[in-house]
Write a protein that binds this ligand. Structure first.
Ligand SMILES: [Zn+2]
Length: 677
């Protein structure tokens, strides 16, 4: 095994402005946890750091929407998200938050050091300003048309349609996300990171990075090819880390300047909690440490370019060894979208299933080098056909046979046959494969190679037929059980990173009390004569109904939550008295005829109960004229008469218009003449 270094692993700080979903887990947390758990088993000194990103415009916008303070929003979601991570077994050593005092001090120290070193470029410039709200409009406070792809709902910092990174002034037809007003330009001053100036130095460092995933390096190289632009490290906002300069009143650090520093401040807080205030330094400032950032692909530019430049220019810190970013996870073949309700919320998942099942199923379909898809049917298939039918079944057979036919103790291995020896050897060879998969951040492969050992065990059990040999060759039967139990014991450690709860249960069922670490994995983990303690089945099958319920919930929610943006916006409020001026009556069409020279208008005779009316209505294209007799309708009866194509119309028929412009009658079952209010 390679020399064990000190390892610092970070997972992207999630915004504390909403609950976590499947896409989060697949992006930056599950893989980091697999890696960390594996590394801890190998005996490495690991710190696993994360926390809530509590600054930035998405949070202030969420607060404004709810009419509360940003602090209320982040307090709510910090605790919720922290708990969900714990429930899924994401084994952070520390989960911090960027609204903490230590974080404010640490990021201000970074800014001050860089400023004193003359790193920043100060620029006076024109920025978008909302006079109605009396504030500048950074980032997502502006929406408009993307200059790159023409998408009309692009944000001031990024177009979510084409992925282009934008600045608010680049948007065409910008509007304020706060008031809907057209913003003005107003002069302001900001501190910029001159990324272009340091690009040559940065590229030299990048060339020393080994084994970066092609999807990650490819994206970084394409940014570099375009030439790095200056990026502002400050914003005109009230929520965030104040810029530590007297002349910067009313300005805060840009969220992507302070958020990655959150990894440092969280490590500091962890050290304080351990009672060794300086312990963070060896993880961040000792060259023996290997730093790994686990992120989703939308954060590549910040973790692979901006933050390394900040660390490099500061000078006291280690730079990332690798940034094994994941691509995006789709859901049931469609892009995940929280605003459209197309997401699986982690806290809801936990109401129905065990965390281990998702760790496994999601781990097996990770978007490691390209986007991948999660579907509930595949989840079910992974659980039923792999966890239950292969791993669970193998464990169950091994334990129940030992219980019934070997007095519940591990039998001795005597004169093993070739097949026994071969099966035992698989422990070592699979362990080797699993190890190299983890080392290369190929977690899907690590899962497949781990399951492969269970497959080998299952096949061995079937082929050696202990249910037959127990009568005619008891030692062969004993050997089969011995070998099978040793494979189970090896699996209980090798699959620990993926299935921590189930493997803990398995170890107790096997009566394994030895060390749980990578070195202890061998073909002799259990001693002959030691007792086993069979218990509950490790994995229950997921029934069709359970899966159908999940799919139904997803579809129902998507149907409700789909924004009906194709319909016109609501009109301004009117007073009740204005409404009462309308006299709407139930009516019934008596006859209908086309108006000559018009392909739109119909002349209708309508029974209004108290009298008959002639009404001209522009519905010819939308109705079947022969089916109109006796059609029940609603009529605005006191609309002033108006001549249309020479015919006086004495009222208006109410119609409903759908998002595609089709008209349908607003019907009523009421008797003609009834008033509608
Ligand atoms: Zn675009």
């Amino acid at each position: 095994m390679s020399e064990q270094k000190r390892i610092l692993v970070t997972s992207a700080l999630p915004y504390a402005n909403g609950p976590l979903h499947l896409g989060h887990l697949a992006g930056a947390y599950l893989t980091a946890d697999f890696y960390v758990r594996y590394k801890r088993l190998t005996g490495a000194d690991v710190a696993f750091i994360c926390g809530s990103d509590e600054h930035g415009v998405p949070i202030t916008i969420a607060a404004e929407k709810e009419g509360v303070n940003p602090q209320d929003i982040v307090d709510r979601y910090h605790e919720k998200n922290k708990k969900v991570f714990e429930d899924f077994g994401i084994s952070f050593d520390y989960y911090g938050r960027t609204s903490s005092r230590v974080h404010h001090e640490t990021s201000q120290e970074f800014f001050t050091t860089l400023n004193e070193k003359g790193f920043f470029k100060k620029k006076t410039e024109q920025q978008l300003y909302d006079p109605k709200a009396d504030m500048f409009l950074p980032d997502r406070y502006v929406k408009g048309t993307c200059p790159n792809c023409g998408f009309e709902e692009a944000y001031g910092d990024q177009c979510e349609n084409c992925g282009t990174s934008l600045s608010p002034t680049e948007l065409e037809n910008p509007v304020s996300a706060l008031t809907g007003e057209k913003p003005e330009l107003k002069e302001t001053e900001h501190w910029y990171m001159p990324l272009g100036d340091v690009q040559p130095k940065f590229e030299k460092w990048l060339d020393t990075r080994k084994n970066w995933k092609p999807n990650v390096m490819g994206q970084v190289k394409s940014w570099l090819k375009d030439g790095l632009a200056d990026r502002a490290a400050t914003r005109d906002l009230s929520w965030g880390v104040p810029v530590p300069l007297p002349e910067a009143k009313g300005k805060v650090l840009y969220v992507w300047f302070d958020a990655p520093i959150g990894y440092v401040s969280a490590t500091k807080e962890w050290a304080l909690q351990l009672g060794d205030a300086d312990a963070w330094k060896k993880y961040w400032q000792d060259e023996q440490t290997q730093l790994y950032h686990f992120i989703g692909k939308d954060n590549i530019v910040f973790h692979c370019i901006m933050f390394p430049v900040v660390l490099m220019e500061h000078g006291d810190y280690v730079l990332p060894e690798n940034v094994p970013a994941n691509e995006f996870l789709n859901l049931e073949g469609k892009k995940l979208s929280t605003s459209r309700g197309w997401a699986v919320w982690l806290h809801e998942y936990l109401e129905d299933f065990e965390p281990d099942l998702l760790r496994y199923a999601l781990g097996a379909t990770l978007p490691e080098t390209k986007d991948s898809d999660f579907s509930w049917k595949e989840f079910q298939a992974r659980v039923n056909n792999e966890l239950a039918a292969v791993l669970g079944n193998f464990v169950f057979r091994s334990l129940s046979f030992t219980s019934k036919f070997a007095d519940g103790v591990v039998p001795e291995l005597v004169d093993p046959a070739g097949t026994d020896v071969e099966a035992l050897k698989a422990i070592d060879s699979q362990k080797e494969k699993i190890t190299s998969s983890y080392e290369a951040f190929r977690f899907k492969e690590a899962i497949q190679e781990s399951l492969q050992l269970a497959r080998i065990g299952n096949k061995y059990f079937t082929e050696t037929e202990p249910w037959k040999t127990r009568n005619d060759n008891p030692q062969a039967c004993a050997n089969s059980l011995h070998v099978s139990l040793q494979i189970c014991a090896a699996l209980s450690v090798l699959m620990e990173p993926i299935l921590p709860d189930a493997m803990k249960t398995l170890r107790s069922q096997l009566g394994y009390t030895g060390k749980v670490d990578w070195d202890s994995v061998s073909d002799a983990m259990l001693s002959a004569g030691s007792a086993i303690h069979p218990g509950k089945v490790l994995f229950n099958k997921v029934e069709d109904e359970a899966i159908e319920a999940q799919i139904k919930r997803l579809e129902e929610r998507a149907a409700v939550d789909t924004p009906v943006s194709d319909f016109p916006a609501l009109k301004d409020n009117i007073e009740f008295d204005d409404f009462m001026k309308l006299d709407i009556r139930a009516g019934k069409i008596l006859s209908a005829e086309k108006i000559e020279k018009s392909n739109k208008l119909l002349k209708l005779q309508v029974d209004l109960g108290i009298e008959k009316r002639t009404i001209v209505s522009g519905i010819a294209k939308h109705v079947d004229i022969d089916a109109l007799k006796d059609q029940k309708v609603c009529v605005v009866a006191n609309l002033a008469p108006k001549k249309l194509m020479g015919v006086e119309s004495q009222g208006m028929i109410l119609m409903a218009e759908d998002s595609e412009g089709n008209l349908k009658f607003a019907e009523t079952e009421a008797e003609p003449g009834s008033t509608i209010t």
